[in-house]
Design a protein around this ligand. Structure first.
Ligand code: ADP
Ligand code: ZN
Length: 288
């Protein structure tokens, strides 16, 4: 089966072709400008490819309620031009095929559970720490939705004692995303994350925030694997720092060997690398 996959991000739309085994045969990246421009390129990529289904993992918030009048819309995003954009509706105009739709991070969690670091598990969490912070979750074999969908990047965390930075979430100021996403690191320290590799205090503070969030997710959802990706995690010294702090915060309370003995295999980078989101979009088609 030829499946089209779209990872719709605030910076770029990654489009690809693949099959139901998660094998990606072709991919392109289109800058996210205006819906008109970006969607014209998306449509032109897929139009002669004979796709039989389409899977879309999108930045959000998105409306995932099938019966809603705005199902398939990107809803209240602060990203200029994209609020209330009917993403699925626009694709339906050109492609008369079944379309699977979910958040980018739910798609990535699904991809990792089918073919990546959580293969064979019925539960995992996928967190991205990039321009924003987003988290998708698979629990008992199902991607979590609810009233809308979880927004675990915007939880409140205790401040680091040395942190005087106000935070930059347009909705909450110093929520997790406001304090720990890539743009917050850049604004707090006056340099891009990539230029701060040799400044241990930056990563110690970053790990302080990420570890609290992950400890909370573990306490609430009890995921069988925690996968952390996104541009900021390219600083791979963060992994041991985060693992150590998660253990410290949990204080031995969660009685699982995964945490107490094998945390290096429990909190991990994406097994699918940068293809987690796109492969996950292929996976969204499986449940149609
Ligand atoms: P997006 O979230 O837009 O899909 P990314 O996951 O690449 O994209 O995240 C971009 C953010 O990650 C930017 O804030 C950037 O500064 C930061 N970033 C990218 N690469 C690195 C790196 N090697 N080290 C630290 N921060 C990085
Ligand atoms: Zn927020």
């Amino acid at each position: 089966m030829v499946i089209g996959a779209i990872e719709a991000g605030g910076t770029k739309f990654v489009c690809g072709l693949g099959n139901e085994d998660g094998v990606i045969s072709e991919r392109i990246s289109i800058p996210t400008t205006t819906p008109e421009e970006t969607m014209a390129e998306v449509v032109s990529f897929f139009k002669d490819k004979g796709i039989e289904a389409l899977g879309v993992g999108s930045f959000g918030p998105v409306d995932l309620e099938q019966l809603s009048a705005t199902y398939g819309f990107i809803t209240s995003t602060p990203k200029p031009h994209w609020a209330q954009f009917d993403l699925v509706g626009e694709l339906k105009k050109y492609f008369d095929v079944p379309i699977g739709f979910d958040t980018d991070v739910n798609a990535a969690a699904l991809g990792e559970s089918l073919w990546g670091a959580a293969a064979g598990l019925d539960s995992c969490l996928y967190m991205t720490v990039g321009t924003g912070i987003g988290v998708g979750a698979l629990v008992e074999g199902k991607l979590i939705h609810g009233l809308t969908h979880p927004e675990m990047g915007h939880i409140m965390v205790r401040r680091h004692g040395d942190d005087t930075y106000a935070g930059r979430c347009p909705y909450h100021g110093d929520c997790l995303e406001g304090l720990a996403a890539g743009p917050a690191i850049e604004e707090r320290w006056g340099k891009k994350g990539i230029e701060l590799k040799e400044s241990p205090e930056v990563w110690e503070m970053e790990a302080h925030y990420l570890a609290q969030a992950i400890a909370n997710y573990i306490l609430i959802l009890s995921p069988k694997k925690v996968i952390v990706g996104g541009g900021v995690m390219k600083q791979d010294q963060l992994f041991p720092l985060v693992r150590g702090k998660v253990k410290e915060i949990l204080g031995g309370y969660v009685q699982s060997g995964q945490i107490l003995e094998d945390i290096d295999e429990y909190i991990v980078p994406p097994g699918l690398g940068d293809n987690a989101g796109l492969a996950g979009a292929l996976g969204l088609v499986k449940s149609l």
